[in-house]
Ligand binder design. Structure first.
Ligand SMILES: Cc1cc2nc3c(=O)[nH]c(=O)nc-3n(C[C@H](O)[C@H](O)[C@H](O)COP(=O)(O)OP(=O)(O)OC[C@H]3O[C@@H](n4cnc5c(N)ncnc54)[C@H](O)[C@@H]3O)c2cc1C
Length: 416
């Protein structure tokens, strides 16, 4: 079923134009080809001819995206993107995410997109030329290497990986895992503890991000970790006396924690708008099936259990969408949106799980099969509840901010 996207009267023409153009590519180019595009990645037994067809299709679609002026929405034009504002990009994402894997066809796929933003904000001109430009052109791949098996990812300041300054080099030692894209990556942005006597003394100031090419001696990709029963490119990596030049440091010594927060804050809003797009798809699939499947002498759509699923899912999607847009508006205006980011990072993945769960139920056995995108969505929704900060950490943050506000300003202003 094609996605139904119409202009929204309260939005500027530019955003409507972006959404309509994006929907046109989704409906005409990606949805009819979804199986051909991604079966190659999903299934092992694919012929060389099928692989070739899939490669060519992806290349053609990317070309059409570029011609439509929609390539790399998160980057400014001078670095190969189409220079959308935060809000414009958020509105585009809900449309983009309707089709599985479409983000990579629009040049905005994690973890490359997060690395691009960090290189843009913290990188020197030299670093941008060397790493950002080839990343945007698709000539390089990258990963972000922060989480470790032996320390809590929920408390990133507890990391043990160290970078020691020796002459004009950083020497890195540590053990990371779940570095997404770690196998394909040409370089990784590695979060290190830099106990530099010249660096800042406070706890956050001990973290520095350093660019490490993956062919540097001492860097060993141990394995792609199996996730949800399938091989993955979320890599476990050992850094054993890995030496890189000091100029590979990103930003000031000690700016790593702030850079990670920048990356994750914006990323969470984009993830949630993506989740809205995927819920929208799951919802359409559910309604479509309910309208055609006959059970016990009638269509599913006429059964009240199923009408309940439809109504609850509608509520989940509208609530998620409005929360995410409100937060994106806050961020666009420069307001402190941290409480709202945490709230939606909890609410939206849970709502996404519920909507997909209902869609699977309506589809019966087909719902968990590889013929539909629902099983993949279900796993993605569940994973999102712990990646980029688990729910509990965000709840702690919301309560902390509300209580602090209550103590100093008073009542929380929900209108802003
Ligand atoms: C598919 C996938 C891709 C990922 N990609 C990347 C990547 O590219 N780069 C990267 O660096 N990392 C990545 N991660 C790692 C991810 O960010 C971490 O898993 C996440 O931050 C949680 O850290 P942890 O796994 O160490 O869990 P822990 O920190 O050990 O937490 C475990 C659980 O403890 C509970 N908990 C935590 N704190 C509290 C508290 N204060 N009170 C009560 N309960 C609490 C929560 O339920 C939490 O789920 C990825 C993870 C997944 C699953």
């Amino acid at each position: 079923m094609p996605m139904n996207v119409q202009s929204i009267s309260s939005l500027p023409d530019k955003i409507n134009q972006i959404r309509l153009l994006t929907a046109e590519i989704i409906n005409k180019e990606i949805l009819p080809n979804e199986n051909k595009l991604w079966r190659v990645r999903r299934d092992g037994d694919v012929s060389d001819e099928e692989k070739q067809v899939s490669r060519e299709l992806r290349r053609d679609i990317r070309e059409k995206v570029k011609q439509a002026g929609l390539w790399a929405p998160h980057l400014p034009e001078e670095y190969g993107g189409c220079g959308l504002s935060f809000l414009e990009h958020a509105y585009m994402n809900e449309v983009l995410a309707y089709a599985m894997g479409a983000a990579s066809l629009f040049g905005v796929v994690a973890p490359n997109s997060g690395n691009q933003k960090i290189l843009l904000k913290y990188g020197t001109e030299e670093q941008r030329k060397k790493w950002l430009v080839p990343l945007t052109e698709g000539k390089m791949q990258s990963g972000f290497s922060m989480t470790e098996p032996d320390s809590a990812g929920s408390d990133p300041r507890s990391i043990k990986t160290t970078a020691r300054r020796e002459g004009d080099e950083w020497v890195i030692n540590g053990h990371k895992w779940f570095t997404s894209n770690g196998i394909a990556a040409d370089f990784l942005i590695v979060m290190c503890r830099t106990d530099d006597p010249d660096g800042p003394a406070e706890r956050n100031g001990k973290m520095t991000q350093i660019i490490v090419p993956t062919d540097t001696p001492g860097l060993e990709v141990v394995r792609g970790i199996e996730v949800w029963g399938r091989a993955s490119d979320h890599a476990e990596i050992i850094y054993d006396n890995v030496r890189v030049p000091l100029e590979n440091q990103l930003g000031q010594t000690g700016s790593g924690h702030a850079a990670a927060q920048d990356r994750l804050g914006a990323g969470r809003v984009y993830h949630c708008m993506n989740s809205v797009g995927q819920m929208w798809r799951a919802f359409d699939l559910m309604v479509e099936r309910a309208s055609t499947r006959e059970v016990h002498g009638g269509l599913l759509r006429d059964k009240q259990f199923i009408q309940g699923f439809i109504a609850d899912s509608y509520i989940d999607i509208q609530a998620s969408r409005l929360m995410t847009i409100h937060c994106a508006e806050q961020m666009e205006s420069g307001a402190d949106a941290r409480t709202d980011i945490s709230a939606l990072k909890i609410f939206v993945p849970e709502a996404y799980s519920r909507v997909v769960d209902r869609a699977i139920q309506v589809w019966g056995a087909a719902g968990v099969s590889g013929d539909l995108p629902l099983a993949t969505m279900y796993q993605g929704a569940r994973t999102l509840r712990l990646a980029d900060g688990p729910d509990e950490v965000h709840k702690i943050l919301i309560a902390k901010n509300v209580l602090k506000h209550h103590g100093s300003v008073g009542s929380w202003d929900f209108g802003n």
